[in-house]
Design a protein around this ligand. Structure first.
Ligand code: ZN
Ligand code: ZN
Ligand code: ZN
Length: 98
């Protein structure tokens, strides 16, 4: 495996796609049994929302394209419940995707 490592070319464990070579991740997250729409890269509530980020085409962390969802584990994905960083908030314990 070690010889296949790339800085940002990881396989997303949720969608199974190579992050660099895909548009983005699955759009729905199920948090403790409740379905939510994930916040896409570049949405108003997203880390990349707002005018100063309008020129950024892809997420610098997970490489999702504007308008598509961040791959799982991305530092920039927002929580659809609290609006905070999904990785570090306490809104859920079990996550599923579809
Ligand atoms: Zn993904
Ligand atoms: Zn991202
Ligand atoms: Zn949250």
């Amino acid at each position: 495996m070690a010889d296949e490592q790339q800085p940002h070319g990881a396989i997303c464990e949720v969608c199974g796609q190579d992050m660099l070579n895909s548009k983005g991740c699955l759009a729905t997250i199920i948090i403790d049994g409740v379905e939510y729409q994930r916040i896409p890269m570049g949405a108003d509530d997203d880390f990349y929302g707002g005018e100063e980020m309008a020129d950024v085409k892809r997420c610098g962390d997970c490489a999702a394209w504007r308008g598509h969802c961040h791959h799982w584990g991305c530092d920039c994905e927002r929580c659809p419940i609290c609006g905070g960083q999904l990785l570090s908030c306490d809104c859920g314990e079990e996550f599923e995707f579809k």
